[in-house]
Design a binder for this molecule. Structure first.
Ligand code: FES
Ligand code: FES
Length: 169
């Protein structure tokens, strides 16, 4: 029973009731992933498991057994260079207090993969058109599970648009 987090293998907790969020923050000291509502409503706790975004507050750590988890701490390159989306958030003022930012960035990275796969969203008009374009409307809908109480959503969307246009996500 083990979980790989940001490329490092960790044993799973012996208590099966522990959430992935609590494992990250309380047991492993990976406090980049934030605790917001703790009930699936804000997106602050979003991490990536096997390429898919998940809410770590609603995920038991044991559900990640044998899987690969990425958190905000694992996104920068080993030489310290920020992930392109992290850099774009800075350049587009996609944050103010920064509390929602780790969840926003993890969510956006996995969201771009959803677009590449051609997964439809609630606002996708025609499912027969194949992979949809990354319109601002699409991005807003797909990021609607990540709330920002500082109101940095315009900068967040602009940052995502920039890296999607450059193919860097
Ligand atoms: S803390 Fe998980 S969705 Fe709010
Ligand atoms: S930057 Fe403050 S909550 Fe989003």
């Amino acid at each position: 029973m083990a979980i790989v987090i940001n490329g490092t293998e960790y044993p799973l907790p012996d208590d099966p009731r522990i959430s992935l969020l609590d494992l990250l923050r309380e047991r492993l000291g990976l406090t980049g992933t934030k605790l917001g509502c703790n009930q699936g409503g804000c997106g602050a706790c979003t991490v990536i498991i096997d390429g898919t975004r998940v809410l770590s507050c609603l995920t038991l750590a044991v559900q990640a057994d044998g899987r690969e988890v990425w958190t905000i701490e694992g996104l920068a390159a080993k030489d310290g260079q920020l992930h392109p989306l992290q850099q774009a958030f800075i350049e587009h003022d996609g944050l103010q207090c920064g509390y929602c930012t780790p969840g926003q960035i993890c969510s956006a990275i996995a969201m771009v993969e959803e677009l590449r796969r051609g997964d439809p969203s609630y606002v996708t008009a025609d499912l027969t058109e194949g992979p949809m374009g990354a319109t601002r409307h699409e991005i807003r809908e797909r990021m609607s599970g990540n709330l920002c109480r500082c109101g940095a959503h315009n900068g967040i969307v602009e940052a995502i648009e920039e890296i999607m246009a450059g193919g860097a996500a």
